[in-house]
Design a protein around this ligand. Structure first.
Ligand SMILES: Nc1nc2c(ncn2[C@@H]2O[C@H](COP(=O)(O)OP(=O)(O)OP(=O)(O)O)[C@@H](O)[C@H]2O)c(=O)[nH]1
Ligand SMILES: [Mg+2]
Length: 1014
């Protein structure tokens, strides 16, 4: 039975300092859901006997069947620390499988703290690193749980001393990841600070500071260490866990020692010197057992040895007595030794207590939001922080203070939408009866029974039976005014509930709020709003036109998230993770809700960028073609419910489902069939995305002989307009414009850099697009954006009107590009200054390079401003048609000539472009022209596209396929016998011996095409 009432939780919801919003993160199968079971059981939501077996937080059927979590879900728990400190813990269990990383990011977004779990046998795995990184990037404080300690005893059969060494190694692995992230963030900050300093200071001082800044930064709270109280040793399946603090308390009494001294020395190279009766450092040097081994691990080992390995039932009562534990006769009699073990541990070292104590003590409350995190969440892309309007500043301070007063503006962030069967919504569910109602029903049943008996005695048997059959509804209808009739549930589809956190104010049922989309710009909206523009309350998501990012929604329900259940709340104060109903028409995947239109929309979480990672694609179609509308509706719902899904419609009309991987795809198909479309669906073989590229001409032929110069090409201009080294000349049909383009492979590092820097390029491109300001102002702004990186001594002072973040990331990109190009060889030196555009979609891994004589104004960094002194007629004319030129390049890179797939790693060098004098009527804006070829802009666009394609074809062309990379760890003994991997078939396999434990590490690279469905 549940030990805590909803009223108690509601009371705690109002005390922000007593709230902890946390998630459990780990690599797949490291025991997150098993651990969550113990925590759920301590609140009486499930029986403690079922903890670890039930996996309560895995509520989906397929999650239970496969034993793997696929969706993150939240539950509100109560915990009492000490005698009087009461806490509300909103716990989110997240999936560990790589396919569901987006679910982890949606969870992390809402939390202030995280429990990172590591399986002590498997150690730090790839997803562990990803989790640590995700939490780090979201400024989330972490505690560590070293789980599956029982495996060291039962499976690996390590001695306590070996286990201790093993544990120190794992701790080192985790701390190494932390250290790496810390160093790179400090160095990154130092680098930026140094750059600014260099620019602002005159070079009067000749002293160079060689220190990196790492030495001065406090990293004392960064690492995990048992003596800091942020590590727990546990076995979730056996239900135990402890901090060293727990044993310090026990042994301080037994050994008559200071508890704090023991807390510091129980972990580490300390031993007990029996002669001096003191704790001394240097256990390893003196070949002594460290205290951790002697006082803690040996007791655990002996307990497992007695109960599990030797199954010595006689000794169990004695052990229980020595530990001061009382076992029930039922437990003692039980034939399964695991039951006895769990019974012992549940009293000696209860896991839930250890974990929840640590969570309450070490993880921050919503009141402790760091400034860095507030700035990160509450960022206005178009304005620097100092320039924020007062209204936004007020919102920000309410946000930081986590203000719950009724006057405070309400700010809510929705990180995902999740489906709930309408039948399971609290309003459609049978409400548990109160004691009074039960008594009333009992009374009525008695009455019915008495009437029945009466009827039986007075009427004939055949009549009596029929009237008895009617008796029940009759009687019920008599007492109808007392009993609430359960609403009839006829709807069978899903309701979408928003998974959200209230950051300020108090969210109330029935409240009207602005729904702010990811592209909402508060400054612009505030100006518009002041001009008297109102938001039409009837608008929903599908009515919003491009450029509109705000709608008004009414919160129909507020829910307390209780794992599989939802409970209705009237209101939710700031600092709580809750569910919100009634927003499905207004929110697709994530959004920000606020009472103020000036609230910035929260930065898109990584999950929303997951689209780029959704590479596993299949085409879907209904088995019965007439059911197409159901499929389309199903796909729309699936898209809303899953942050990592992309639904595309190909030009051929095919519906393509893009997912993060095989397991994810299977789950999506099950959801489509059973939940959203409810029809039979055919899924195609996976569609592997290809990329088109060009390479350098080969230097040797197929028999490895050097290709002679005269063989490579015939020195003449070919039919397609290309000369011997691939320079393509295209003239527009009206013969007014001539352009010369050559395709070249980009250096590999540059391509990689562009792939990673998509955000910065996209932001800059968007900024270019959004500038609807008069030309002079634009010029001024662009002058400021001009990054004089190579002009030594030139000062670059960004004005406050410029988006600082965009500026710094673009600056950073330019510096990196410069470095990569200079390393790529002489021919690329300075190329970064001539970049005109990136493509496709203005942010891809292909470059349009401007080498047109006397036209330096056609530049990505400085798109519109004409450089001083060269604003002649020619360059002005080129600027006018620059947009068409770039669009032609975008089209060409979006679909290459090989198989209409996007290009990657191609540089189009524009060697020349001229526009001859125009006849007046050709240049009319409307495009109405007397010439037969249409407006010149269109001719240029198609001319560029054609030239790019031809230039591409003039080089050796290649098709690139995605590669699948996978790490496999196996014991050395099974290395030869492993059937799945064949070294000759997979030449990318890399064998690496790993230390003493004889575990080999393999990394497999193979084309994704082969890996799918295997
Ligand atoms: N021996 C041992 N097994 C454990 C322990 N904790 C969990 N397991 C087992 O590990 C397996 C995976 O446990 P889960 O709790 O589902 O792991 P998870 O981290 O939630 O997995 P995903 O959610 O799929 O990432 C189950 O078979 C558990 O019984 C433990 O402490 N000791
Ligand atoms: Mg799980």
């Amino acid at each position: 039975m549940r030990l805590v009432t909803k009223e108690k939780l509601q009371e705690l919801q109002k005390r922000s300092s007593s709230i902890r919003n946390i998630c459990i993160m780990a690599h797949v199968d490291h025991g997150k859901t098993t651990l969550a079971d113990s925590l759920v059981a301590c609140n009486g939501i499930i029986s403690s006997r079922l903890a670890g077996k039930l996996r309560y937080m895995d509520s989906r059927k397929d999650e239970q069947e496969r034993g793997i979590t696929m969706k993150s879900s939240s539950i509100a728990l109560f915990h009492k620390l000490g005698e009087s400190n009461e806490f509300l813990i909103n716990l989110i269990d997240s999936p560990g499988h790589v396919d569901f990383s987006s679910e982890v990011s949606t969870a992390v977004r809402l939390c202030d703290g995280a429990i990172v779990l590591v399986d002590v046998v498997e150690g730090v795995c790839p997803q562990t690193k990803v989790c640590l990184k995700q939490a780090w990037e979201e400024n989330i404080k972490m505690v560590l749980v070293l789980n599956k300690m029982d495996r060291l005893i039962v499976e690996m059969k390590l001695t306590p001393l070996d286990a201790y060494i093993h544990l120190t190694q794992i701790m080192e692995q985790v701390n190494a990841v932390m250290g790496e992230m810390f160093a790179s963030s400090v160095l990154g900050k130092a680098e930026t600070a140094e750059e600014t300093e260099k620019k602002s200071k005159s070079s009067s001082s000749n002293v160079y500071d060689w220190s990196s800044g790492l030495e001065d930064v406090d990293d004392s709270n960064l690492y995990f260490s048992p003596d800091q109280g942020n590590v727990i040793f546990a076995s979730a399946v056996d239900g135990w866990g402890f901090e060293v603090k727990h044993f310090a308390k026990i042994f301080s009494k037994k050994m008559n020692m200071d508890e704090s001294l023991l807390e510091k020395t129980l972990w580490g190279d300390y031993y007990f010197n029996s002669k001096t009766k003191q704790i001394t450092k240097g256990a390893q040097l003196k070949a002594k057992k460290p205290l951790f081994v002697q006082l803690i691990l040996e007791s655990l080992w002996s307990l497992y040895d007695t109960v599990i390995i030797r199954k010595d039932k006689e000794k169990i009562p004695k052990i229980a007595e020595s530990l001061g534990i009382k076992l029930s006769p039922r437990d003692l009699r039980h034939t399964d030794c695991k039951v006895q073990l769990q019974a012992l541990f549940s009293q000696w070292l209860p896991l839930a207590n250890a974990i929840l104590d640590m969570v309450c003590e070490k993880l921050p409350s919503p009141l402790d939001l760091s400034d860095e995190k507030v700035d990160k969440l509450f960022c206005v892309p178009s304005t620097s922080l100092d320039n924020l309007p007062d209204e936004i500043k007020r919102l920000k301070s309410a946000f930081k203070e986590c203000s719950i007063s009724d006057e405070a503006p309400v700010t809510v962030f929705i990180s995902k939408m999740f489906p709930v069967d309408r039948k399971n919504l609290p309003i459609n569910k049978q409400r548990p009866l109160t004691a009074e109602e039960i008594a009333q029903r009992r009374e009525m049943a008695k009455q019915r029974h008495a009437e029945k008996l009466l009827n039986l005695s007075s009427k004939a048997p055949d009549e009596s039976s029929s009237s008895a059959g009617n008796a029940s509804p009759m009687v019920v209808s008599e007492g109808q005014e007392d009993i609430k009739q359960e609403p009839e549930v006829t709807v069978d589809d899903d309701a979408f509930i928003a998974f959200a956190r209230v950051f300020s104010g108090t969210l109330k049922q029935g409240q009207q709020l602005y729904v702010l989309g990811p592209k909402h710009d508060p400054c612009k909206a505030l100006t518009k709003f002041r001009d008297g523009k109102e938001i039409d309350p009837s608008l929903t998501l599908k009515d919003l036109k491009s450029g509109q990012h705000i709608s008004v929604a009414t919160v129909s329900d507020v829910f307390l998230l209780m794992g599989r259940e939802l409970e209705v709340l009237e209101e939710a104060p700031a600092g709580n993770i809750i569910g919100i109903g009634g927003l499905e028409e207004h929110v697709l995947k994530s959004a920000t809700l606020s009472t103020s239109i000036g609230c910035p929309s929260f930065k898109e979480s990584q999950s929303s960028l997951m689209g780029e990672m959704a590479i596993f694609r299949v085409a879907v179609e209904p088995k019965n073609p007439s059911e197409m509308p159901a499929l389309v509706k199903g796909l729309r719902l699936l898209n809303q419910a899953d942050a990592a899904v992309q639904v595309l419609v190909q030009e051929t009309g095919e519906h393509v489902l893009a997912t993060a991987g095989g397991v994810h795809l299977e789950r999506c198909l099950v959801d489509l069939r059973e939940r959203y479309a409810k029809i039979e669906i055919n899924a195609s073989e996976p569609i592997v995305p290809f990329r088109e590229t060009v390479v350098h001409p080969p230097k040797v032929d197929m028999v490895n002989e050097v290709i002679q110069e005269h063989n490579t090409s015939v020195k003449k201009v070919k039919e397609d307009g290309s000369d011997d080294d691939g320079l393509i000349t295209v003239t527009t049909p009206n013969k007014r414009s001539v352009l010369k383009i050559r395709a070249e492979p980009l250096p590999e590092n540059v391509t990689d850099l562009l792939l990673k820097s998509g955000d910065a390029i996209r932001a800059m491109a968007r900024y270019h697009d959004q500038r609807n300001v008069p030309e002079d102002e634009a010029r001024l702004k662009m002058e400021n954006l001009r990054l004089e990186s190579d002009a030594a001594g030139s000062e670059h002072v960004p004005t406050s009107t410029l988006p600082g973040k965009i500026l710094s990331s673009v600056e950073d990109l330019r510096m990196k590009l410069k470095k990569e190009f200079s390393q790529a060889g002489k021919e690329w030196e300075g190329a970064e200054n001539n970049v005109w555009s990136y493509g496709p979609k203005r942010c891809g891994p292909n470059i349009l390079l401007n080498k047109i004589p006397n036209a330096p104004n056609l530049n990505f960094w400085n798109e519109t401003s004409a450089s001083k002194g060269i604003s002649d007629e020619k360059s002005e004319q080129l600027s006018k048609y620059s947009g068409s030129f770039v669009n032609g390049f975008q089209l060409a890179t979006l679909a290459g000539p090989l198989c209409e797939e996007p290009m990657m790693g191609v540089c189009f060098v524009v060697e020349d472009w001229t526009i001859m004098d125009l006849v007046e009527d050709e240049t009319t804006e409307s495009g109405a022209t007397s010439m037969p070829y249409g407006p010149l802009s269109g001719q240029i666009m198609s001319g560029v596209k054609e030239a790019c394609r031809k230039a591409f074809q003039a080089q050796p062309q290649r098709l690139m396929a995605a590669m699948y990379s996978c790490s496999i760890q196996v014991n050395a003994e099974v290395l030869g016998a492993e059937p799945g991997i064949n070294k000759t078939k997979y030449p990318g396999v890399d064998y690496r011996p790993r230390g003493k434990e004889k575990v080999d590490f393999r990394k497999v690279f193979e084309p994704l095409l082969y890996s799918m469905w295997q």
